[in-house]
Design a protein around this ligand. Structure first.
Ligand code: PGA
Length: 262
């Protein structure tokens, strides 16, 4: 299994389990995944971000096939008196290879993460050797008032403020209104947003995933959109057979040259 942040040609498909699947259910997921006749899926990097309670177990069980990552990490120190926090180093020690950073459910939900906090988490992930997957996206109100590009630009500028320059980046464009909505963004909206993101990062090696209501039915058409280098999949990744199906749809469209800045 190859997994790197160097912007290699391989596409990424990452499943985000959110607050779902405990020990028994995640074991069943692994059993079903590992029994799939469709593995390996060539030309792809696969990742799963499970709840932290099963991360180490999944990293062990899936190590030949899927990179396991965290859904978040602390922006604090590597260790210390920070009750309830889980540092990027502890996550790496448990087998995490990447971390989602700044998911909108954390930015805009109860956690209320500011771009500043997201920036410290991004830097912590880099410090621990995790590949940060920075999530970006506008709300419906921001889109309706024509602020999408400005919001994305601000999120990029502020969130990776502490990142080392010229480091290869993996970003996930997830319009907030398309998450869990059974309605993905349109190709025109995705092209425009991915272009707006790339414009903020001239000369940077960058891969941009699309996320928001990805399913086995729309994965192929989404990944064929110019500038889409992979997918971030929430609800549809909770079933191993759907996740494999999505991976196969993406692998099946590998002929197209991804758009890149480098
Ligand atoms: P969804 O979630 O695929 O269920 O819309 C995507 C995400 O939040 O990463």
């Amino acid at each position: 299994m190859g997994w790197d942040g160097t912007g290699g040609l391989e596409r990424l498909v990452i499943g985000n389990w959110k607050m779902n699947l405990g020990l028994t259910a995640s074991d069943q997921w692994c059993d079903e995944f590992l029994a799939s006749p469709h593995l390996p899926v060539p030309g792809l990097q696969l990742g799963i971000a499970p709840p932290v309670t099963v991360l180490a177990r999944l990293a062990e069980r899936l190590k030949n096939w899927v990179a396991v990552g965290a859904q978040d990490c602390s922006g604090m120190a590597a260790a210390g008196a920070y009750t309830g926090e889980v540092s990027a180093e502890l996550l790496a020690d448990a087998g995490a290879v990447f971390a989602l950073i700044g998911h909108s459910e954390r930015r805009r939900g109860l956690a209320g993460e500011s771009n500043g906090l997201v920036a410290s988490k991004y830097a912590a992930a880099v410090r621990a050797g995790l590949l940060p997957v920075l999530c970006l996206g506008e709300s419906l109100a921001e889109r309706d008032s024509g602020e999408t590009s400005a919001v994305l630009a601000r999120q990029i500028r502020d969130s990776i403020a502490l990142a080392p320059p010229n480091q290869p980046l993996v970003l996930a464009y997830e319009p907030v209104w398309a998450i869990g909505a059974r309605r993905a963004a349109t190709p025109e909206q995705i092209v425009a947003a991915h272009l707006a993101i790339r414009e903020q990062l001239p000369g940077h090696p960058v891969r941009i995933l699309y996320g928001g209501s990805v399913t086995a039915n729309n994965a192929k058409s989404l990944v064929q959109i110019a500038g889409v280098d992979g997918l971030l999949v929430g609800g549809a990744s909770l079933k191993a057979s759907d996740f494999v199906m999505i991976a196969r749809e993406v692998a099946g469209s590998v002929g197209r040259q991804p758009l890149r800045n480098c």
